[in-house]
Design a protein around this ligand. Structure first.
Ligand code: 2P0
Length: 321
């Protein structure tokens, strides 16, 4: 086999990770629960760089000079494959990169799955989790579909807690600004861990939020899941804002969008939102309410684009030859 192509979808956390336990393994300091998003896709094609030890990474058509994000992943994988040569990695996203849409999670997950197949490694799922975590702390969640937990308490594992078809909610992503973020999540998390006075309480609330979210998902209770998701999101952004230097991913456009979502909720529609390390607002709602919600947001000056999605599947190989 000379090349393999794999895809993975980004994921959005409902209970979020912001802060690392260990910067070598890149292990998150807290557990998280996410949704895999089917309409957004990262595609990675990988082949061997015959006769050369150099790794080449082309992202969205541009050769990257800095391979720091993928080097630890390749090192881990090369140790298993005993490959001494380099790889040619071509990755692309069908959505804005580094704009708070979790492109690193899906990019890394698709890379690990493609490599595993190219070298026929038959890696265990735990190894796939470890390898992808080295590239992005949220990448192990993109290995799987549906509602996914990445557990770090006592034992490290990534697991689907509910399949996409078991609770087919709709997702609407409000793009308010698709420019690349100024502070990467990686830098931002370290700043927050070291400086935010709220970091400890953020850590302390994680176990409780995970339990509430798990039970809301098991009961398919959108109100309960929405309450814990929004509370968790606000606390993460408070940790960011109280960091030194201050980190502010939410803009006025983000806040305007949230205000309108709250108005829609006041009108009796069940929906909730979350915001990650970027200004976009992600809405989760029932499929039957999707059109009405889109109509309320489509012409707003603070919304550049709406992207509709469903809950997606895990990372997978799509082509080999
Ligand atoms: C999350 N985020 O749980 C949180 C919420 C962003 C805000 O995980 O340093 O790209 O590569 O592990 O995984 C984004 O961080 O960071 C992230 P690294 P990653 O989804």
């Amino acid at each position: 086999m000379s090349e393999v192509t794999a895809i993975a979808h980004p994921n959005f956390a409902l209970v979020k990770y912001w802060g690392k336990a260990d910067s070598v393994s890149n292990k998150p300091a807290m557990s998280s629960i996410s949704l895999t998003i089917d309409a957004l896709t990262s595609t990675t094609n990988i082949s061997k760089n015959q006769g050369s030890s150099e790794n080449i990474w082309i992202l969205n058509g541009e050769e990257q000079n800095d391979l720091a994000r993928i080097n630890p992943v390749l090192k881990y994988l090369n140790n298993i494959s005993r490959n001494n040569y380099g790889c040619i990695i071509k990755s692309g996203n069908n959505f804005p990169t580094s704009a708070g849409l979790a492109s690193s999670a899906s990019g890394i997950a698709s890379l690990v799955i493609a490599y595993n197949q190219l070298f026929r490694l038959d890696m265990s799922f735990d190894q796939l989790v470890e390898a992808s975590m080295l590239g992005s702390g949220s990448a192990p969640r993109s290995l799987l579909g549906g509602f996914v937990i990445l557990n770090v308490e006592n034992e490290l594992y990534s697991q689907t807690i509910l399949e996409p078809e078991d609770w087919p909610l709709s997702i609407i992503i409000c793009i308010t600004d698709d420019k690349e973020k100024i502070i990467s999540s990686r830098e931002g998390m370290e700043i927050s861990r070291k400086t935010s006075p709220f970091y400890q309480s953020w850590l302390d609330t994680n176990k409780g939020d995970i339990q509430i979210a798990k039970s809301a998902i098991a009961e398919q209770d959108i109100k309960k899941l929405g309450e814990v998701t929004e509370k968790n999101c606000y606390l993460m952004h408070q940790v960011m804002r109280t960091s030194s230097p201050q980190i502010n991913y939410m803009t006025e456009r983000t806040n305007n969008c949230i205000e309108e979502i709250k108005e829609i909720r006041k009108d009796g529609i069940e929906l909730f939102f979350t915001v990650d390390a970027g200004p976009q607002v992600k809405i989760v709602c029932k499929p039957e309410d999707k059109e009405l919600i889109k109509d309320r947001l489509i012409n707003k000056p603070y919304v550049t684009k709406l992207v509709e999605a469903n809950i997606g599947n895990g990372a997978r190989v799509i082509d080999e030859g």
